[in-house]
Design a binder for this molecule. Structure first.
Ligand code: F6R
Length: 606
C-alpha cells in the first residue's frame, strides 16, 4: 500500500523523510521518491525498488532543505518504474498521492487539449497537472478547485517551489494524519512514519484538508470552511501501529475487507445501464460476445475464487466454465477451441504453476485475461488483457482480502459478459446495487469477531475438522478448510455436503467438528438434512447461517450469522467468519499466524 511522509520545520528534511519512509516499508511498496524544497528550487529523486536504491541516488549536497514530501508506491495505474513513482511534478508543484482517481482518463484528455504533456501512466500525474492548471498564486485554492473536479479516493501532500515551507494535505477515502511538533510539523498516511518525532497527532477525516508550516497547522474542509480538530496523543508502540493496532497482519487484512472490496469495484460500475467498465479488458464487444468457453487457471485460494467464478459465470453469463488447477493443466494436453477465454487468477502474479499454465494456454490459442493484485507482476505483464484487484499488499501468508477481491472482480466480469449476452439491464443494475452494499454487510460480519473468538476457544484442541457446503458454498467450504489447516496445522477437509455420505461420514463422532455453510439458498433444505445426519452421529456442528434463520440454531452447537445477499455475492460474506475462525484457532494454539511453517507468500518453484 502506498505511503506518504511530509515534513516542514528547521531540520534537514531529507533524513527525516527517508527515516519515515523506512517506517512505512512494512506496508509493501515497489518504488519510492522524495521532493525537497530549497530556496533555489525543488529537488526531486525517484527510484524503482527498495528505499536503499533511492538513498543511493540522492545527492546529499543538493538536499539542503527543511521542507519536503516523500512516498512509497504500490502500483495501481502503470507498472512499477521510476517514471510512475511519486512525487509527480507539474510546473513548480510536487505531489504525492495514495488512492485512485477514477476519472483520471477524462481529465487527462482535457488537460492534453490544453497542451499538457504526461511522462507517466499514473492517475496521480493527472492530478498534479490539474492543480498546476488551476494555480493562480495560491496553492490551497488550486488544490481545493482541483479536488472538486476529482472522483475517487485520495490522500495527498502537495508542495510549491515558490512557497518552500508549505505543505498542503487533503483526504477523501485514504488516511492522512498530521504530526504536531515544536517548530516543525509532519504529514503522513500512517502514524508509524512520524512517531520518532512526535506523539501529538491530528487525524484528518474525509473531506478535510490541512495547511502546514513550521509553526502552524491550519485545518479546513476541502470546500474551505475552517474546522477545529482535536490533537490526540499516541499511546501505541511502533509494532502495534504497523499492524494498525491488530495483533497480526492476517487479522488486519481480514478487517480491511470492507475497504478492499470497495476498492475492487470502485469506478468500475455503471448502475444506470446495469453494466461495468473494466479499462484493462481491451476486447471489443464483438470479441466479448464471441467467447464460447471459459477456462479458469489458478492455485490454492485463488483456485477457490475461480470455483466461485464458475458458478457466477454459468448462472448469469450462461457460459461453460472449467476451473483447473494450474499445476495439472500445464502437464495435460488441454483442448483449447476457438473462442476460449482463460481467466488466470493470482494474487502475487508470480506463482510459477499459474504462469506456466497461462503460457501453455496462450501457446494453444486461448485469449488470456489476468486477474492479479501485484501491478507489473509477470502474469500481469504477460496477459493480453487484465484486471487488477486493487487489494493493496497482502503480507499475511494466508490469503484473505485477496480472495474476496478476486470474487468481486469475477462478479464484475460476469456482469460484463452477461450484459453482452442474456443478462438484462435491470438484473445487472440489481446486482450492482447489491454489490454496493457488500462492504457494509462484510463489516456487519466482522462485528461478530468476539463471538467467533469464543467458539475458536472450544475447538482449538481438536485434531480434525470437516467443512461442508453445497453449490456456491462448496468452494467456501474448501477455502475454510484450507485457511484452518495452513495456519493452525489442524487437519481439515472441505467437501460438497452431499458427498459426505459417500465416505467421510465414517469419520463423524463426538470428536469431529463439522462446519456447515448453510445460508438460505436453493440447497438450504438439503444442507439442513446433512446437518441432521451429522447430529445423529454426535458430530459437533458450527453453522454459518443467514441472519434470522432460527431452524439452524436448533440443530447446530454454534451458529454464526451472515446477512442475506444475492447468491452471486453470498460467498463473500460466508467466508469472513471462516477466516476469523481459523485465525483465532491458530492464535489459541500459539501458531505463527503471519508466517506459518513450510509456507511462502509467493510460490515461484514448481
Ligand atoms: C492460501 C494461499 C495460497 C495461494 C496460492 C496461489 O492462503 O495463500 O493457497 O492462494 O499459493 O497464490 P497466488 O494467488 O499468488 O497465485
Amino acid at each position: 500500500m502506498c505511503g506518504i511522509v511530509g515534513v516542514t520545520g528547521t531540520q534537514e528534511a531529507a533524513s527525516i523523510l527517508i527515516e519515515g519512509l523506512k517506517r512505512l516499508e512494512y506496508r509493501g511498496y515497489d518504488s519510492a521518491g522524495i521532493a525537497i524544497q530549497r530556496p533555489h528550487g525543488q529537488y526531486v529523486v525517484k527510484e524503482k525498488g527498495k528505499i536503499r536504491n533511492l538513498e543511493a541516488s540522492l545527492d546529499w549536497n543538493e538536499l539542503k532543505g527543511t521542507c519536503g514530501i516523500a512516498h512509497t508506491r504500490w502500483a495501481t495505474h502503470g507498472v512499477p518504474n521510476r517514471d510512475n513513482a511519486h512525487p509527480h511534478v507539474a510546473g513548480k508543484i510536487a505531489l504525492v498521492h495514495n488512492g485512485i482517481i477514477e476519472n483520471y482518463a477524462a481529465l487527462k484528455v482535457q488537460l492534453r487539449k490544453k497542451g499538457r504533456v504526461f511522462s507517466s501512466e499514473t492517475d496521480t500525474e493527472v492530478l498534479v497537472h490539474l492543480i498546476d492548471d488551476l494555480y493562480d498564486g495560491d496553492l490551497v485554492t488550486a488544490v481545493q478547485k482541483a479536488l472538486a473536479l476529482v472522483d475517487g479516493a485520495f490522500g495527498i501532500a502537495v508542495t510549491h517551489a515558490d512557497e518552500p515551507d508549505l505543505i498542503v494535505g487533503a483526504r477523501r477515502g485514504s488516511p492522512l494524519v498530521v504530526g504536531v511538533g515544536d517548530g516543525e510539523n509532519f504529514l503522513a498516511s500512517d502514524v508509524a512514519a512520524v512517531m520518532g518525532h512526535t506523539r501529538q497527532v491530528i487525524y484528518l477525516d474525509d473531506g478535510e484538508m490541512v495547511v502546514l508550516r513550521p509553526g502552524s497547522v491550519q485545518t479546513m474542509t476541502i470546500s474551505n470552511e475552517a474546522i477545529t480538530k482535536e490533537v490526540q496523543e499516541i499511546t501505541w508502540d511502533l509494532g502495534q501501529i504497523q499492524k494498525g493496532g491488530f495483533e497480526h497482519f492476517m487479522l488486519k487484512e481480514i478487517f480491511e475487507q470492507p475497504t478492499t472490496i470497495r476498492d475492487a469495484f470502485r469506478g468500475r460500475t455503471l448502475p444506470d445501464t446495469g453494466d461495468v467498465k473494466l479499462g484493462g479488458i481491451q476486447l471489443t464487444d464483438w470479441e466479448l460476445r464471441n467467447i464460447r468457453r471459459i477456462i479458469i487457471l489458478a492455485c490454492g485460494t485463488s483456485w477457490h475464487a475461480g470455483l466461485v467464478g464458475e458458478y457466477m459465470l454459468e448462472e448469469y453469463a450462461h457460459l461453460p466454465v472449467e476451473v483447473e488447477y494450474a499445476s495439472e493443466f500445464r502437464y495435460r494436453s488441454p483442448i483449447i477451441e476457438p473462442g476460449t477465454l482463460c481467466l488466470v487468477i493470482s494474487q502475487s502474479g508470480e506463482t510459477i504453476d499459474t504462469l506456466e499454465a497461462m503460457r501453455e494456454a496462450r501457446r494453444r490459442g486461448a485469449k488470456i485475461l489476468g486477474i492479479t493484485n501485484v501491478v507489473g507482476s509477470t502474469i500481469a505483464r504477460e496477459s493480453e488483457c487484465g484486471v487488477y484487484i486493487h487489494a493493496g499488499p497482502e503480507i499475511g501468508v494466508a490469503s484473505t482480502k485477496a480472495f474476496t477481491s478476486q470474487v468481486t472482480i469475477l462478479g464484475l466480469i460476469t456482469i460484463l459478459l452477461g450484459r453482452r449476452g442474456h443478462l438484462s439491464a435491470d438484473r445487472g443494475t440489481q446486482m450492482l446495487k447489491e454489490l454496493d452494499r457488500v462492504p457494509d454487510l462484510v463489516q456487519r460480519v466482522l462485528d461478530q469477531a468476539e463471538r467467533i473468538k469464543d467458539i475458536a476457544r472450544v475447538y482449538a484442541n481438536h485434531h480434525n475438522c470437516l467443512y461442508l457446503g453445497r453449490g456456491v458454498n462448496f468452494p467456501i467450504a474448501l477455502e475454510g478448510a484450507l485457511k484452518l489447516k495452513e495456519i493452525s496445522y489442524i487437519h481439515a477437509e472441505g467437501y460438497p455436503a452431499a458427498e459426505m455420505k459417500h465416505g467421510p461420514i465414517a469419520l463423524i463422532d463426538e470428536n469431529m467438528p463439522v462446519v456447515f455453510i448453510c445460508t438460505k439458498d436453493s440447497a438450504y433444505e438439503k444442507v439442513v438434512s446433512n446437518m441432521m445426519e451429522v447430529r445423529a452421529r454426535k458430530g459437533r456442528i458450527i453453522a454459518i447461517a443467514t441472519e434470522g434463520d432460527t431452524e439452524v440454531a436448533q440443530r447446530a452447537d454454534h451458529v454464526l450469522y451472515v446477512p442475506p445477499s444475492i447468491p452471486m455475492l453470498q460467498p463473500i460474506l460466508s467466508v469472513i467468519p471462516l477466516q476469523l475462525l481459523s485465525y483465532h484457532v491458530a492464535v489459541q494454539r500459539g501458531c505463527d499466524v503471519d508466517q506459518p511453517r513450510n509456507l511462502a507468500k509467493s510460490v515461484t518453484v514448481e
